[in-house]
Design a protein around this ligand. Structure first.
Ligand code: 87F
Length: 480
């Protein structure tokens, strides 16, 4: 790897390209702990944007933020043995305090259902205590054994986890779908990544849930990435943790619960979907810097006039609420700056040189298309504002076309395996509904059922695995 600039082509070695972009753009760095990463300023700023947008949404629907301890007593996880059995190998433990062995070892939270629901049991007595709608932003530890990758799979990551308790099943259903809608809006309209939404199969759902809903996106290498999940937990946890309430009917009931989450993985998805051979391409709505101004003096004599103009534009954009950075560093050339801001994915670059000054104009350069646009100075702010919106829409539109091109409907086993092998992406196929066929296909091709669409689609073709009558059409894909 050379010091500056992306050397690997996105379509030649996607995985290496991703790592190079993430490191060189300054989003992330490796940490001196295996499998862990550092979220540097720019990725943390994107995460804060995600927090801002999502906090606003869930506050409006009556959720409150909280913080529970990161340590979970072993006995709590054991209560839930059935649901957590498969996850146990991934749990990290604290066994000593100082040099004294702990009486009971403590898990470092891999998710917080158990500690939060043990507390719900204490807080909930009557229907008047419901609903409880909590969310927490925190770090999570899962001791991955598979190869790690910044944002996509690390032993520690950041997420939000929502946990709610309701008096009725209908309310829990509504909660699950409301959050799913919020997630979709965040992912599509801010991160500019189109998703498919639906329900997980019995074998793919969270074991503790009645049903699991999911949002799935396609990455440029044809693999699907889960972008978020929202579960209806039914009364499963309520029974284990004895979360009961006296209803309006004066009888005792178990609460109905939901849990849901999105993580810093979304940042990885954003890099993969929008980035190009010069580096990051950030959607304007989440970009930490939306516009960079690079003054271009030809001679020392120009510099003060150019700089004055640059400062003027800088202020006007700021006043309009645009996040703008004036790059007036003298130790770098304009060309060097162009490359750096391109690598960092800043959506719009403004160039101001002596010629622009004379003509009372500025030059705008789009990060998404590299197109340059010259506009009159008095139109600068409106033009920039419109351009940011256009870039946001263009990125979404491009990703949407990519998603559509990556959905292939098939009708036979031959077509199914052929498509997965040669094309990848989502393969829409008829399925009989049996877990055996699902498993067989996974062994044969590595693909899993990513989701069952909410609107059940009947199929005239038979199951792509067993050839028996298909119950529904589902989306298969290989995945991250
Ligand atoms: C790893 C170790 C221990 C996932 C784990 O999806 C437990 C778990 O319960 C575990 N990995 N899960 C499922 C998480 C369920 C649920 N929690 C709240 C979510 C979203 C946020």
């Amino acid at each position: 790897m050379s010091d500056v600039g992306v050397t690997i082509k996105k379509n030649e070695d996607f995985s290496e390209w991703y790592t190079e972009v993430v490191l060189k753009s300054g989003l992330a760095d490796y940490a001196p702990i295996k499998g862990c990463m550092i979220f540097r300023e720019d990725s943390y700023a994107v995460w804060e944007k995600i927090q801002e947008v999502f906090n606003r949404k869930i506050r409006e629907s009556g959720h409150r933020n909280v913080y529970f301890p990161m340590f979970i007593p072993e006995s709590f996880l054991k209560k839930e043995a059935e649901h957590f059995a498969g996850f146990v190998p991934e749990v990290a433990w604290v066994t000593e305090g100082g040099s004294t062995p702990l009486e009971e070892k403590l898990a470092i939270r891999p998710t917080s259902e158990t500690i939060i629901y043990a507390t719900f049991a204490k807080w909930i007595r009557s229907w008047r205590d419901l609903p409880i709608k909590l969310n927490q932003w925190c770090n999570i530890v899962r001791w991955e054994t598979k190869a790690t990758k910044p944002f996509l799979r690390t032993r520690e990551f950041l997420w939000q986890e929502g946990h709610t308790a309701h008096a009725t099943e209908e309310e829990a259903d509504k909660e699950v779908m409301g959050i799913l809608k919020d997630y979709r809006d965040l992912i599509e309209n801010y991160l500019a990544i189109p998703v498919l939404v639906g329900v997980k199969t019995e074998s793919e759902k969270f074991a503790g849930a009645l049903y699991t809903t999911t949002l799935e996106a396609i990455m440029p290498d044809g693999k699907a990435l889960q972008m978020g999940t929202s579960h209806n937990l039914g009364q499963n946890f309520a029974r284990v943790f004895e979360i009961r309430f006296i209803g309006e009917d004066e009888k005792e009931h178990h609460v109905w619960q939901t849990s849901w989450g999105i993580s810093t993985r979304l940042i990885g998805a954003m890099v993969m979907v929008h980035g190009d051979n010069k580096g990051l391409v950030l959607p304007p709505r989440v970009a930490p810097v939306q516009v960079v101004i690079v003054p271009i003096p030809y001679k020392a004599a120009d510099s003060s006039a150019v700089l004055t103009k640059a400062k003027e534009i800088h202020l006007k954009l700021k006043e309009r609420g645009i996040t703008v950075r004036l790059d007036d560093r003298e130790e770098y050339t304009p060309g060097w700056k162009f490359n750096q801001w391109e690598l960092k994915g800043v959506p719009v670059r403004i160039e101001i040189g002596p010629r622009d000054l004379k003509q009372k104009q500025i030059t705008l350069a789009r990060r998404d298309t590299y197109e340059k646009i010259v506009v009159k100075e008095e139109q600068a702010v409106n033009a920039v504002e419109n351009l940011l919106l256009e870039i946001q829409n263009n990125l979404y539109g491009k990703a949407k076309r990519c998603l559509e091109e990556n959905i292939t409907a098939v009708r036979s086993h031959g077509e199914f395996t052929e498509t997965l092998k040669n094309k990848g992406g989502f393969v829409k196929a008829p399925w009989c509904g049996s877990p055996e066929c699902e498993e067989k296909i996974k062994e044969e091709t590595g693909a899993t059922i990513r989701l069952r669409p909410f609107e059940k689609e009947e199929s005239t073709a038979p199951c792509v695995c067993c050839g028996k009558k298909a119950e529904e059409t589902v989306y298969f894909a290989k995945s991250y």
